[in-house]
Design a protein around this ligand. Structure first.
Ligand SMILES: [Zn+2]
Ligand SMILES: [Zn+2]
Length: 375
């Protein structure tokens, strides 16, 4: 029975038990079915004989917790398509489970060996992890403050869409290399030392592709444009990087894919600045407003708020509007809006204004320079 057929069989269904059946339930179901379909009780009944064998195979795997766990995992991966898309360490370039090429597993013990073979590949051969890929997104100021999901198009090597990265024609699978027995390395006896080197037949992959995928010619990768959606966290700042695990270039010989590193650029806002979690804004006021006090309408990202400016406010004084900064997320608390007042000096005055200001100046008994000891 080959490995693929192995995994296509639902052993739980064969025994008529649920996926989370206990060992006792499995044993009970097996005993009942084995008795029922036993060849002694069904002389000459081919169907019963097949059924009897099937029940035996199912029981051999499910009654052994280790084999059962491997079987469950393999079935889960098979169902999720993971074999077709980068199963870590699958011989032959990153996936593509077992289809047509006959990987022979002689007995039930073989399943675990096959899986260990796949898993062990990387460490034994040093198969190269895929390269990290860098990309850049530019966000609007408000998108960066509030968080966003940004579509990103990436052109570069990706798992082949036909074989999902296995390199083997769909419906077939890479075959363990006979030269190295699937290990990916060969050991030559050099007197006292055994010298280990990558297998020349399979170039360290541990498997050979007899029937290559027609799209990628067995490489397992193809250059294409991928469409990704990158989630930008709330409050990201200009220059930040976001790492997307496994979204880089596919690895060699089933090694893991690299990461995608997205650098974030934030376009400046015409009114607001950022200082960590706080937003900043500078609001000009007239000398009269600062001296007499006033109520100002100040814009925020969530609509204007009213700010009371007390009489005698100095140029450059900063007011804090609570909760109008970058929203909190995770362990980061939300920020405030820092409003700095800037006393604007008029560049042009009307005749009347000039007269009033002259009069104002003549009324002042002190100057702001008195404490310096000068007039
Ligand atoms: Zn392909
Ligand atoms: Zn080999």
């Amino acid at each position: 029975m080959n490995n693929a057929e192995y995994l296509e069989k639902d052993f739980y269904a064969a025994l008529g038990v649920s996926k989370d059946a206990s060992q006792a339930e499995i044993k009970k179901a097996y005993r009942k079915l084995a008795q029922q379909h036993h060849p002694d009780a069904n002389k000459g009944d081919k169907a019963a004989e097949e059924r009897f064998k099937e029940v035996g195979r199912a029981y051999a795997v499910l009654s052994d917790p280790k084999k059962r766990a491997e079987y469950d995992e393999a079935r889960r991966l098979l169902a999720s398509g993971a074999f077709g898309g980068g199963f870590g360490g699958f011989p032959g370039g990153g996936g593509g489970f077992p289809g047509g090429t006959r990987v022979t597993v002689d007995d039930f013990g073989g399943l675990g060996d096959i899986f260990n073979l796949f898993r062990g590949r990387q460490s034994q051969t040093g198969a190269r992890r895929g390269r990290d890929v860098e990309s850049e997104v530019t966000l609007g100021f408000e998108e960066a403050v509030r968080g966003a999901t940004i579509p990103l198009q990436l052109r570069g090597p990706a798992p082949c869409h036909t074989c999902h990265g296995s390199g083997a024609r769909p419906g077939t699978l890479p075959k363990p290399c006979e030269t190295c027995n699937g290990r990916g390395t060969v050991t030559r006896d050099q007197g006292l030392f055994g010298l280990s080197s990558p297998c020349p037949t399979c170039q360290g992959r541990g498997s050979v592709i007899e029937d290559p995928c027609p799209t990628c010619n067995g490489r397992g990768t193809e250059v294409r444009t991928r469409e990704l959606r990158v989630r930008i966290p709330v409050g990201v700042s200009d220059g930040a990087t976001i790492r997307l695990k496994g979204q880089g270039e596919p690895g060699q010989a089933g090694a893991p894919a690299g990461d995608l590193i997205v650098k974030v650029r934030v376009t400046p806002h015409p009114l607001f600045g950022r200082s960590g979690q706080d937003l900043t804004i500078t609001v000009p006021v007239t000398f009269a407003e600062a001296a007499l006090g006033t109520e100002l309408k100040v814009p925020t990202l969530d609509g204007p708020v009213t700010l009371k400016v007390p009489a005698g406010t100095q140029n450059g004084r900063t007011f804090r509007v609570r909760g109008r900064g970058v929203p909190g997320s995770g362990r980061k608390g939300g920020g405030d809006l820092l409003v700095s007042l800037q006393v604007a000096v008029p560049e042009k005055l009307s005749r009347k204004e000039r007269e009033l200001l002259r009069e104002f100046a003549s009324l002042s008994e002190t100057t702001p320079r008195n404490h310096l000891g000068i007039d």
